[in-house]
Structure formats: structure tokens, C-alpha cells
Design a protein around this ligand. Structure first.
Ligand SMILES: NC(=O)C1=CN([C@@H]2O[C@H](COP(=O)(O)OP(=O)(O)OC[C@H]3O[C@@H](n4cnc5c(N)ncnc54)[C@H](O)[C@@H]3O)[C@@H](O)[C@H]2O)C=CC1
Ligand SMILES: O=C(O)C(=O)Cc1ccc(O)cc1
Length: 385
């Protein structure tokens, strides 16, 4: 059964990580999905893994066609909804092309920065390329879920489960566009957050773009580090650097598109860093340790404000740590016993030191269930620390 309120078929333009993940999720929900990507291999992989079928029509954009107001060729197959999942720097152009090419279709994009695309659509109206009615069929959105890898091979239909999905509708946006965007988000298991494009861009500068910059800055220090030092790495380093493996091409576009908002935050970070440097130059000076303590306490306070699963208020879970052998099947065996004990797993992670034959499986549960789970796992022979 197709999702209600979603005009079909759905055409996904751009079958990389995000486009293919959306296709997989929509197909699993029974929607009819077409795929189009200028990269034949990206499109073929997306089709092969079941994200949709090829769009029967030529969607190659003529360079400069949108800017010059040339109406793109219309196809006989008309999608009801177009999801633009291309790289950010061409998204505005693909959105305008879709509004012109598919009269009547709702068009949404999922690019990481929203203001610039909204401005391009508005400029299309001012320049007479788009009518107001055409522009109203567009709604900007942003799923707050992704991976540090790109391309369809890394796609997952479950990528958006429990993730926030921002919908940037304005008073001018056609109601059916908002309904379709929210239906896609909910069908894929995400929670909808309505927000203006400017507030969105200011928010992601802090909660998404700064962490990316911080991870890249920390990781760039590791380039010349001797292997013997890196062998000591634990989860602290892994936690703070995972997203440093992200696609540079994508991030050049994201950071450039949101530079003014990011810059305001970087000025604040620079102030804190300058203060810390002065303190560290003489850590025994009067007040220096208080300064360091204050920095750590400010970090604690900010971290405690990060909401938990499903956008719930921050919650301190209790962690039950189980030692498991580094052999196949151990983790699933522990999790089966956790399920038998009737305790819900809120979070899970594996701490794995290089060169050791055991791993530490950290199972986060509600604080009230910790003792019960510890007892149940110990009774089944697991070593709980
Ligand atoms: N990577 C992530 O974690 C997240 C990315 N996004 C946004 O999703 C969008 C796609 O990102 P990814 O899937 O990660 O990138 P990707 O690099 O995996 O895929 C982009 C795809 O777009 C195709 N493409 C290039 N030019 C195109 C055009 N003119 N028309 C149609 N397709 C075109 C490419 O061939 C490629 O297959 C970006 O706008 C990004 O800001 C949003 C949330 C998370
Ligand atoms: O890998 C992660 O944890 C991410 O946060 C990825 C991500 C990248 C870009 C976005 O616009 C949104 C999410």
C-alpha cells in the first residue's frame, strides 16, 4: 500500500547515499519510485539494490538552460513528487528544472543548507523563469541523518529511523507540497520539525557543521603521528573523529553555502581557544586551574543539553558493560539474552582495543533496569563489569 498523501510516482533525482536510501525506504513502504542520476553507475547500483526503476525519459539538463529560462523538454511519464537528492551546488538548478519540466508535481529537496536554494527559487520568480504558482510547489527539507560515506553502495532504507527531518515551509508553500514532504519523512520513520530556512541554517551551523569542522581539525593533527602513538587510540578519539572521514566534495559545498552562520560560531570558538592557550602557557598561574575547570564544566553543561533518542529530553542512561570474546556470534548471543530478560536496549556500542581478543559491549538501558539486567546476564554466565 502506497503512503497516503504522497503523489505518485515519486522521482528521485540523484541516487547517491541519500537518494538511494530514500528510494529503498519508500519502496519498502510500497511506493512507486523512479530513479535518475547523470552517473550511470550510481543509477545502476541504486536500481540493483532495489531503490526503484529507471525513469523513462532524458533528464539531462542543458548547461545554463535554467538561467536562460529555456523550458526543459517534458516527458510522457509525469511524477507526482520529485525528490532532488543531488549535490548542494546543483540542487537549486535541479529544483527549478523539475518545477518547469513536471507541471503539477510537488518538488522537494534534501540539501544540507536551505537558504541558498530558497533564494534561487525566489530569484527564478523575480527573473520570470518561474511563475509564483510553480515556485509554490517547492518545499525545502533536510533529513538530519547521514553517514560519513557517500554513494549508493552506502545507502540504507533505515537511515532515517528516529532522525529529525526539517521541513522549511513558508506561508506561500502549497499545502500539498508540505503534506507530501511530511509523508515521506514519516514513512521513512523520521520525526518532522518545521522551521524557517534561516533558522534551519543557523541551527545546523552549530549542531552539524561545527562538529564536522572540529572532527576534521582534530584528525588533521594525526597525519604525521607515529603508528605507535595511534595504536593507543581509544573511543575518545574515535567518537570525536568519525565524521572526519566524510566526503570533502560535499563538505566544501555545505560549508561554503553556510559560511556567514558558521563564521559567527567560529569567532566564539576562537575566543575560547585563545583563552585556553593563554591558560596553558602558564598552568600554575593563579586562576589557571579554575579556568580549565570552567572550560570543562561549560562543556559538561552543553553536552547535557543534547536530546536523547526520538528527540526526547536528555536522559542519562545506565550502562551495563559485558566482556565478550572476539569471535563470531558473541554479540548476537548477548543481545538475545538481553531480549530474554525483557530489557530494552537504548544504545549500544563496542569498545575494542587493538590487539586484544576480547571486546567490551556497552549496553545502555534505563537506569531503573540496570541491576535487573546485570543480574540476568550474570546468571546466564556473562562476565558483567
Ligand atoms: N551525506 C549525508 O550524510 C547527507 C547529505 N544530505 C544532502 O543530500 C544530498 C545528497 O548527498 P549524498 O547522497 O550524500 O551525496 P552523494 O555524493 O552520495 O550523491 C549525490 C548524487 O547526485 C548525483 N548528481 C550529480 N549531479 C546531479 C544532477 N545535476 N542531477 C541529479 N543528480 C546529480 C551524483 O551523480 C551522485 O550520485 C546533498 O544535497 C547533501 O547536502 C543531507 C543529509 C545528510
Ligand atoms: O554521519 C553523521 O552522523 C552525520 O551527521 C551526517 C550528516 C551529514 C550532513 C547532513 O546534512 C546531515 C547529517
Amino acid at each position: 500500500m502506497a503512503p497516503r498523501g504522497l503523489p505518485e510516482p515519486v522521482l528521485i533525482r540523484g541516487t547517491g547515499l541519500l537518494g538511494t536510501s530514500i528510494g529503498l525506504g519508500l519502496r519498502a513502504a510500497g511506493a512507486d519510485v523512479f530513479l535518475a542520476d547523470p552517473s550511470p553507475s550510481a543509477q545502476a547500483v541504486a536500481e540493483d539494490i532495489g531503490a526503484g526503476r529507471p525513469f523513462p525519459g532524458d533528464l539531462v539538463e542543458t548547461p545554463g538552460a535554467v538561467a536562460s529560462g529555456t523550458t526543459p523538454a517534458r516527458t510522457t511519464t509525469m511524477p507526482g513528487t520529485v525528490v532532488v537528492a543531488s549535490p548542494p551546488d546543483v540542487t537549486g538548478q535541479v529544483v527549478i528544472d523539475s518545477l518547469l519540466r513536471f507541471p503539477g508535481a510537488v518538488v522537494l529537496d534534501i540539501a544540507s543548507v536551505k537558504g541558498e536554494i530558497q533564494r534561487q527559487v525566489q530569484a527564478g520568480v523575480v527573473d520570470g523563469i518561474l511563475t509564483e504558482a510553480q515556485a509554490q510547489r517547492y518545499v525545502g527539507t533536510h533529513p538530519m541523518a547521514g553517514r560519513e560515506r557517500s554513494g549508493p553502495v552506502a545507502a540504507r532504507g533505515q537511515l532515517f529511523t528516529a532522525a529529525p527531518w526539517v521541513v522549511c515551509a513558508g506561508p506561500e508553500t502549497a499545502p500539498e507540497a508540505v503534506v507530501a514532504a511530511e509523508e515521506i519523512a514519516r514513512t521513512l520513520g523520521a520525526t518532522v520539525h518545521r522551521m524557517g530556512a534561516e533558522d534551519h541554517d543557523a541551527s545546523v551551523a552549530l549542531i552539524s557543521h561545527l562538529p564536522q569542522i572540529a572532527a576534521s581539525l582534530v584528525s588533521s593533527r594525526l597525519q604525521e603521528t607515529p603508528a605507535a602513538s595511534l595504536a593507543l587510540s581509544g573511543n575518545g578519539l574515535r567518537d570525536t573523529t568519525r565524521i572526519a572521514a566524510s566526503d570533502p566534495q560535499l563538505w566544501v559545498q555545505i560549508l561554503a553555502a553556510n559560511a556567514p552562520d558558521i563564521l559567527q560560531i567560529l569567532y566564539g570558538v576562537r575566543e575560547d581557544l585563545d583563552r585556553l592557550i593563554v591558560t596553558m602557557e602558564d598552568p600554575t598561574a593563579p586562576g589557571a586551574r579554575l579556568d580549565i575547570a570552567q572550560l570543562m564544566a561549560e562543556g559538561n553543561a552543553g553536552h547535557a543539553r543534547i536530546p536523547g533518542k526520538h528527540g526526547a529530553p536528555p536522559q542519562a542512561f545506565a550502562v551495563v558493560t559485558v566482556i565478550v570474546d572476539d569471535t563470531p556470534g558473541q554479540i548476537s548471543a548477548v543481545l538475545q539474552d538481553v531480549g530474554q530478560a525483557g530489557v530494552n536496549v537504548e544504545d549500544l556500542r563496542m569498545d575494542h582495543s587493538a590487539g586484544h581478543e576480547v571486546g567490551m559491549l556497552e549496553i545502555s538501558v534505563l537506569p531503573g533496569r540496570k541491576q535487573e539486567l546485570t543480574d540476568a546476564l550474570s546468571a546466564r554466565g556473562w562476565k558483567v563489569v
